[in-house]
Design a protein around this ligand. Structure first.
Ligand SMILES: Cc1cc2nc3c(=O)[nH]c(=O)nc-3n(C[C@H](O)[C@H](O)[C@H](O)COP(=O)(O)O)c2cc1C
Length: 324
């Protein structure tokens, strides 16, 4: 059994520094999180779009399905976030990954029940604040990411270095644009302790999105995603009729109200659950262009480990040449 020990695996208790990103709908069930946790990574339930009763059921299924660590992602902008926090506390998930809000709101209560608290950050200043508040680790999401990239559009490679220098010593998970073991090796070399994979795990058998959504991700090249929704909660999604309409509005400087109407008229749910891949939000990262097959999640994890090992063998050791 292979282990890749890092500060993040020690914090989380996983065998591998491979985190499956919380992805609304795609991991809003126990299937994908369980498959990843059972393979040695950290599977993460996406609580964002779930009704409390569905969430309670999925948390119970996940807890019953493995003794290994797993996590839950909670976007704090949910209108009923306080109620969902109470629900999560009652289930004591091993790991919480909170996004889109400040950590002080939840930290102490999760600490009391023994949950490891990770916070998603989009820059060094944000990282410093979360570290000062006392989070156990940080998830740094760069511009390549599917879902919500940082509005500053700083890349993962640069952000990870900035955060590692700004808050030395805190475990950091790199996210955005990482789709294979070479990407994992690169992120560990930059000073992260693990990589979080979103788009790669969309193209798995267990991801609960429509087959046409998976096909759209497979068909996309590295240049085929678009960022739309400036000032409205920027998203990165595979280019389609919806992103094209948004682009036209954004380039014609349409008012915020007009853009909001178009933006809110399309949804991730329609694309993910009903296969509306032309008009819906097919959220995915640039690394869609690096993903070429739908695999069982366990095979994705195994492949990442193999690719990681071969990436390490490609790195030349520095050689000392004596002056003649
Ligand atoms: C379909 C989809 C849904 C997502 N939903 C969420 C979410 O509910 N909460 C969240 O914090 N991030 C969400 N994200 C962002 C991911 O957690 C992660 O940061 C991102 O996918 C990493 O970039 P990558 O796709 O390049 O691997 C989502 C991403 C995708 C592709």
């Amino acid at each position: 059994m292979i282990t890749i020990p890092t500060p993040v695996t020690r914090l989380l208790g996983t065998r591998l520094p491979v985190i499956q990103a919380g992805m609304s709908w795609a991991s809003s069930s126990s299937a994908l999180p369980l498959a990843v946790s059972r393979s040695g990574g950290l599977g993460v339930v996406a609580a964002g779009p779930m009704r409390p009763d569905d969430l309670a059921r999925v948390l119970d299924e996940t807890a019953a399905g493995t003794d290994l660590p797993w996590g839950v992602n909670l976007p704090l902008h949910r209108a009923d976030a306080d109620g969902v926090i109470d629900l999560l506390l009652s289930r004591r998930p091993p790991v919480l990954i909170a996004s889109q809000g400040g950590p002080r709101r939840y930290l102490e209560r999760f600490r009391d029940v023994g949950t490891v608290c990770l916070h998603v950050v989009a820059g060094a200043e944000h990282a410093r604040k979360a570290a000062d508040a006392g989070v156990d680790g940080l998830v740094v999401v760069g511009a390549e990411a599917g879902g919500h990239p940082p509005p500053t559009m700083v890349t993962t490679q640069v952000l990870v270095r900035a955060v590692v220098s700004a808050v030395p010593g805190i475990p950091v998970i790199a996210s955005g644009g990482i789709a294979d073991g070479a990407g994992l090796a690169a992120m560990l070399a930059l000073g992260a302790g693990a990589a979080q994979f979103g788009t790669r795990f969309l193209a798995t058998r267990e991801a609960t999105v429509h087959p046409d959504y998976k096909a759209a991700v497979l068909a996309a090249g590295v240049e085929d995603t678009r960022t739309v929704g400036h000032g409205l909660g920027l998203i990165r999604a595979v280019g389609n009729d919806f992103t094209e309409r948004m682009r036209r509005l954004e380039e014609s400087a349409a008012t915020l109200d007009v853009r909001r109407k178009e933006f809110q008229g399309a949804s991730l749910k329609d694309a993910a659950l009903h296969g509306r891949v032309h008009d819906g939000k097919v959220e995915a990262g640039q690394s869609a262009g690096l993903v070429d097959s739908v695999l069982p999640a366990a095979d994705v994890v195994a492949r990442i480990v193999t690719e990681y090992r071969s990436a390490l063998t490609r790195l030349p050791a520095p050689t000392l040449h004596r002056e003649p």
